[in-house]
Ligand binder design. Structure first.
Ligand code: ATP
Ligand code: MG
Length: 390
């Protein structure tokens, strides 16, 4: 008896003519994520992906945890594989299931037979397996309506499979099936969540972090690296670019109306992000903005800071409350890192009275005091890139 992992595809199955492309992207990301866990044979058959260890050194537990974070899968299950005859299925069920059913009293067995040449029908298979479990453990009871354990037997093309618990997969679309985007990743709570939400829709990410040395330090940077690593648990690999805003921020402070600092800075960020995106092959920007959350995220503020972006800007948190964003952050394990108290470039030089309803003509006049293109050129030249992995 060998234990393997079975994965059910999500929306990919709805993709019609493009389905094969989606499937191959999905298989590629699973194979890449499997590399750290040993040699697995990973293939697709009848809308199910099979992940089979090829030797004893494979880390099935590790692979299972990874598979649960691969976008495009709706369900992930560990299953025991056996030959396609009732004797083998019953022996497999009796050996494999009891440890998985510890503490369970009420159970139900469902069988599915996609190999129609198998001599027994689904109800008979289920009844036999249920009977075998009952006779092995008299404490058990069959409960079709409120079972504590849902046992499944699948008789498929190549073999039969027995499993106890299906878990939810990460959902969404295969990573990379929706093109590439550049995530503006700060050390805050929102932007990692925004990255996760877009990656879940298949957008392959690069990340861009703006720092202001020496005002922002190594600890702030390490925090962003940790956040990038947390995202890598879902996306595998992430290029993290860093650009210094020091000259721009100092120029802003010297030259411009303090009330407009943050907004002007954000215009620079968007321009630099767009430029970086083009340079590294991304076709969209992603930010963690949420409408009305702070002064720079009111409708009026976003009208001036986001103006002129020459590519789509995705803001998946725009309609979420802080509490909802925090719930996501906890789920993807970024929250504890995000709340570490290090300075971010936006918190260095925060205006005392930030504009929530900026006047576009004043904003543009303030911006015109600066050598926008020159400052952007020199900031872009500070870009450093490293690759984070999981
Ligand atoms: P977050 O919680 O994501 O840091 P925030 O509440 O601090 O967001 P802002 O500072 O207004 O809000 O930033 C809004 C968005 O701008 C962030 O979600 C992020 O996408 C981007 N951003 C802000 N600061 C930086 C930075 N230092 N580097 C990269 N992107 C940034
Ligand atoms: Mg925020």
């Amino acid at each position: 008896m060998r234990e393997i992992i079975l994965c059910k595809l999500g929306e990919t199955v709805l993709k019609g003519a493009n389905r094969a492309t989606f499937e191959s992207i999905l298989l590629r990301s699973l194979r890449r994520r499997a590399e750290a866990c040993g040699h697995f044979h990973i293939y697709l058959l009848q809308s199910t992906i099979y992940i089979e260890p090829t030797d004893d050194t494979c880390d099935l537990d590790g692979m299972y945890e990874r598979a649960k974070r691969v976008f495009g899968l709706v369900r992930v299950t560990r299953a025991a594989e056996c030959e396609k005859n009732m004797e083998a299925i019953l022996a497999c069920a009796k050996a494999y299931l009891p440890p998985k059913m510890a503490g369970v009293r009420r159970f139900r067995v469902d069988a599915k037979r996609s190999d129609k040449s198998f001599p027994l029908g689904s109800p008979e298979i289920a009844a036999e397996v249920g009977g075998a479990l009952l006779s092995a453990n008299p404490r058990l009871r069959v409960d079709l309506h409120q079972p504590e354990a849902m046992i499944r037997v699948e008789v498929r093309d190549r073999a039969a499979y027995v499993h106890a618990a299906q878990e939810a997969g990460a959902g969404g679309l295969p990573y990379g099936s929706s093109g590439r985007g550049l995530l503006l990743l700060s050390g805050g709570i929102d932007s990692p969540v925004a990255g996760y939400l877009m990656a879940k829709r298949g957008l392959m990410l690069d990340a861009l972090y703006f720092e202001t040395p020496p005002y922002t330090g190594d600890l702030a940077r390490e925090k962003v690296e940790t956040l990038a690593d947390r995202l890598c648990a879902y996306v595998g690999r992430l290029r993290l670019h860093t650009i210094s805003l020091t000259e721009i921020q100092e120029a802003l402070i010297r030259t411009c109306d303090e009330d407009y600092f943050t907004l002007l800075l954000r215009r620079f960020m968007m321009a630099l992000a767009e430029r970086t995106a083009r340079e590294v092959g991304c076709e969209a920007l992603v930010t963690g903005e949420s409408l009305g959350q702070v002064a720079s995220q009111t409708l009026g503020a976003m009208a001036v800071t986001g103006a002129g972006a020459g590519m789509p800007v995705f803001r998946p948190c725009i309609g979420l409350d802080k509490e909802e964003i925090v719930a996501y952050a906890r789920r993807i394990d970024t929250f504890e890192t995000s709340i570490l108290p290090y300075e971010d470039c936006c918190t260095v030089f925060t205006p005392r009275h930030p504009r929530t309803r900026p006047k576009p003509e004043v904003f543009e006049a303030e911006l015109a005091k600066l050598d926008f293109d020159g400052l952007c050129d020199r900031a872009a030249a500070t870009r450093k890139t490293e690759t984070r992995r999981n």
